[in-house]
Design a protein around this ligand. Structure first.
Ligand code: AMP
Length: 398
């Protein structure tokens, strides 16, 4: 089966054509600068081919058409015609409380996605546009929506409720939703496979640490708590996002500097996190380099990030009454041994013992705790596209 996975952002669109059973990726790529001019990077793993094109993309429709043209091109294509695409799986950021699992997209689902726009005004419109663009050029191909929030819908009320007047939950759906669900679910499943233990018997803490970061408590395969909240701004400090803070700071800064809410949110989303603390960069590699050269704010940014993740590991172990495995994934989690070590060291009191040599690894599945560590620490590269393709194949196959 060939599944096209689409991840549409506001001005970009990532794609992968893959077989979810064999996990073979036939082609993948990225459309950028949609609505500005348009650039397509198309890769064919089997031949190591990389092709770049300037193609006018006034809207997502032209971007999707460019992707289909690339996939079927006689020179660098991987299929003869669009008919070989059996299904399309779309990443959707916010499914609200409506979607606790992936669903086949029909008009009712599209209506529900529209209803979720106020919950994710930056992301969901792009996802919806991507779906519509695909429907227009592939009207007969079944499509599935896979939600970043779905995996966390198993959280109990005590985890997702905010201590606000209850009406804001009842009337306005203000609650913790959590994000990166597809990634947390994937790595938790892989952790169980690596440990050779049914996921139903495991308590796992998954640390998705990238430009955006979140930590989840996964008990018996179900998300029971997660650090992102009503929006992906909450939790640990991120590349440019503040993570959790005292809401009183907003009033203080807005009054002092005459900021309106838009400006304030821009500070929290775009100017904060490790960029804000370090003043150097949002990229962890740049910050580490600066810290090594003696930049104290860069060092502080790393420390604050690591400390924040470490605290959540402790909190989620307490929440679950123990932990069997801690998983690191995403850009920082997969590549940055120093950060993994800083987070997982000092936790010997709760049975975590790292192996420095085993931790000296990047981007591949590995056990990085010592052989006698009661809690296993794992590095697992995430694969959200595979998860989306699998869900799509399963739902379309039903
Ligand atoms: P992601 O959002 O998952 O793509 O992760 C992006 C983040 O991963 C960026 O901040 C990168 O700096 C970080 N990253 C990638 N490789 C490394 C590395 N070798 N060491 C530290 N951070 C890295």
């Amino acid at each position: 089966m060939k599944v096209l996975v689409i991840n549409a952002g506001s001005s970009s669109l990532k794609y992968q054509l893959m077989d979810p059973d064999t996990e073979e990726v036939f082609a993948k790529g990225l459309c950028e600068r949609i609505g500005i001019d348009g650039r397509l990077t198309h890769k064919v793993p089997a031949t190591d081919g990389k092709y770049e094109f300037e193609i006018a993309m006034p809207t997502h429709a032209e971007a999707i058409q460019a992707v289909l043209d690339a996939l079927t091109s006689p020179e660098h294509g991987v299929i003869k015609s669009m008919d070989e695409i059996d299904a399309v799986g779309h990443r959707v950021v916010h499914g609200g409380e409506k979607f606790a699992c992936s669903v086949k997209i029909d008009q009712a689902v599209m209506d529900a996605l529209e209803e979720c726009i106020p919950l994710a005004p930056l992301h969901n419109p792009a996802n919806i546009t991507g779906i519509r663009a695909c429907q227009n050029v592939m009207p007969n191909v079944p499509m599935v929506g896979v939600f970043d929030t779905a995996f966390h819908q198993t959280m109990p009320a005590k985890s997702y409720i905010y201590a606000l007047p209850y009406e804001y939950y009842e009337n306005d759906k203000v609650r913790r939703y959590g994000f990166h669900g597809t990634s947390h679910k994937y790595v938790a499943g892989r952790a169980a496979a690596m440990l050779g233990c049914p996921i139903e018997e495991l308590k796992i803490i998954t640390c998705h640490l990238g430009n955006g970061s979140s930590v989840s408590a996964v008990d018996s395969g179900k998300s029971v708590d997660t650090s992102m909240g009503f929006t992906p701004l909450a939790g640990v400090p991120m590349g440019t996002r503040s993570g959790d803070l005292d809401a009183g700071i907003l009033e203080y800064l807005m009054n002092k500097y005459g900021y309106d809410m838009k400006k304030m949110m821009n500070v929290l989303n775009k100017e904060s996190g490790v960029l804000g603390i370090s003043g150097v960069s949002s990229d962890f590699r740049d910050i580490e380099t600066a810290a090594e050269q003696g930049n104290q704010r860069a060092a502080l940014a790393l420390e604050a990030f690591q400390y924040s993740v470490k605290k959540l590991v402790g909190a989620y172990a307490a929440a679950m009454g123990g932990v069997d495995a801690i998983v690191f994934t995403a850009g920082v989690g997969e590549n940055d041994g120093n950060t993994r070590m800083a987070i997982a060291s000092g936790l010997e009191f709760m049975g975590v013992k790292m192996d420095a040599q085993a931790n000296n690894v990047r981007g591949k599945e590995a056990v990085i705790s010592a052989a006698d560590s009661k809690v296993k620490v794992l590095l697992i590269p995430t694969n959200e596209e595979l998860m989306i393709a699998r869900d799509t194949a399963e739902i379309v196959g039903k």
